[in-house]
Design a protein around this ligand. Structure first.
Ligand code: ISE
Length: 334
């Protein structure tokens, strides 16, 4: 039996995920779509067989013909749809961020706990990337001894219009917030955002670059260079430094060229290309886990932690000081 998915939000990422669900996820199919701009939903429905346009996101969530929901709308609407899914005890896959505020995440965790099982998965696709998975395995196997620090970089060529300084945290560095605690299997004690000389390649008036630091509970230090505009490529770097060695995130498979007395290989321009395989696997694993009634991917708790940390980072950017991280206790279902 195929999982019948309803998609709320048919913008760029919504359309990409719909295509993915229809073409590379055999255990799922999209049956319902909604978008604030009805035309966007109509276009999607016209492009595939068996997709119906619904009058609202709520109608999709409440429909008996929909087994699970994908939320790919604007950030400010995620929490409302996810809560509505919980009220209807429906599985929901939510694009990051899970919510804009910590209390909303707490409410979701309480509701899930009352239901007694996980229904929410948050899209932190890097956990599925083969490079990061291999790094985590090597750390687990003790190959570099105890990890002591991580140096990382997140570089973008451009942003959609309307980009703001805080989005560098809530939309961009949020990936490092999540992947670092997943790699190290540790929570953060404090975080800090440092000011740095600004790039002339920024196409708006937001702060770019920003330098972000984390300190974990056991004292490991992490630095993340966040360039949200004007970089030479979409480039993600991560180096874990351990007592006995280092691990480096590999670039995606590309031919190595030796020509004109030089050596090169190409990088991509966009996250959707850089991480395409991880997104494909993420949806396959999600659909299979929903069918098995046992979610395994990133949880509401992970969405909550990233929200707490992002808030602290935004505070630190304003105060210039390190900010402490305080988390509520982890419930049994996580
Ligand atoms: C986007 O949402 C991402 O997920 C990318 O990883 C990030 O680099 C980009 O700036 C975001 O807009």
């Amino acid at each position: 039996k195929q999982l019948r998915v309803g998609v709320i939000g048919c913008g760029a990422i919504g359309r990409e995920h719909i295509h993915r669900l229809m073409s590379v996820v055999p255990s799922a199919t999209v049956v319902a779509v909604y978008d604030y701009f009805e035309e966007a939903a109509q276009k999607v429905a016209a492009a595939y067989d068996g997709i119906e346009v619904f009058p609202s996101g709520e109608a999709i969530i409440e429909s008996e013909g929909v087994d699970a929901v994908l939320v790919a709308t604007t950030d400010d609407t995620h929490a409302g749809y996810v809560m509505h899914c919980l009220e209807n005890e429906k599985y929901v896959f939510c694009e990051k961020p899970l919510a804009l505020t910590v209390p909303e995440c707490e409410e979701m965790m309480e509701k899930e706990q009352a239901i007694g099982k996980r229904l929410i998965q948050v899209s932190f696709n890097r956990r599925i990337d083969l490079g990061y998975r291999e790094m985590k395995q090597a750390i687990k196997d003790g190959e570099i001894g105890e990890p002591l620090m991580i140096h990382s970089a997140h570089r973008n060529i451009s942003q959609a219009p309307g980009f703001e300084t805080d989005y560098a945290i809530t939309r961009v560095a949020i990936h490092e917030i999540d992947i670092t605690r997943w790699l190290l299997d540790e929570e953060y004690e404090e975080v800090q955002v440092l000011t740095v000389k600004q790039s002339r390649r920024t196409s708006g008036d937001w702060l770019n670059p920003q330098l972000v630091m984390f300190k974990t509970v056991s004292g490991q230090r992490v630095d993340v260079e966040v360039q949200t505009d004007g970089a030479y490529a979409y480039d993600i770097q991560c180096q874990v430094v351990g007592e006995d060695g280092t691990l480096n995130l590999p670039d995606p498979a590309k031919v190595w060229k030796r020509t004109n007395q030089s050596f090169s290989y190409s990088l991509t321009d966009h996250w959707a290309k850089r991480f395409i395989e991880s997104y494909d696997t993420e949806f396959n694993e999600w659909a299979e886990s929903v069918v098995a009634d046992q979610l395994v991917g990133p949880s509401a708790r992970d969405g909550y932690v990233s929200c707490v940390v992002a808030d602290a980072m935004i505070r630190s950017r304003k105060t210039g000081r390190p900010e402490k991280i305080e988390l509520v206790e982890k419930a049994d279902i996580y």
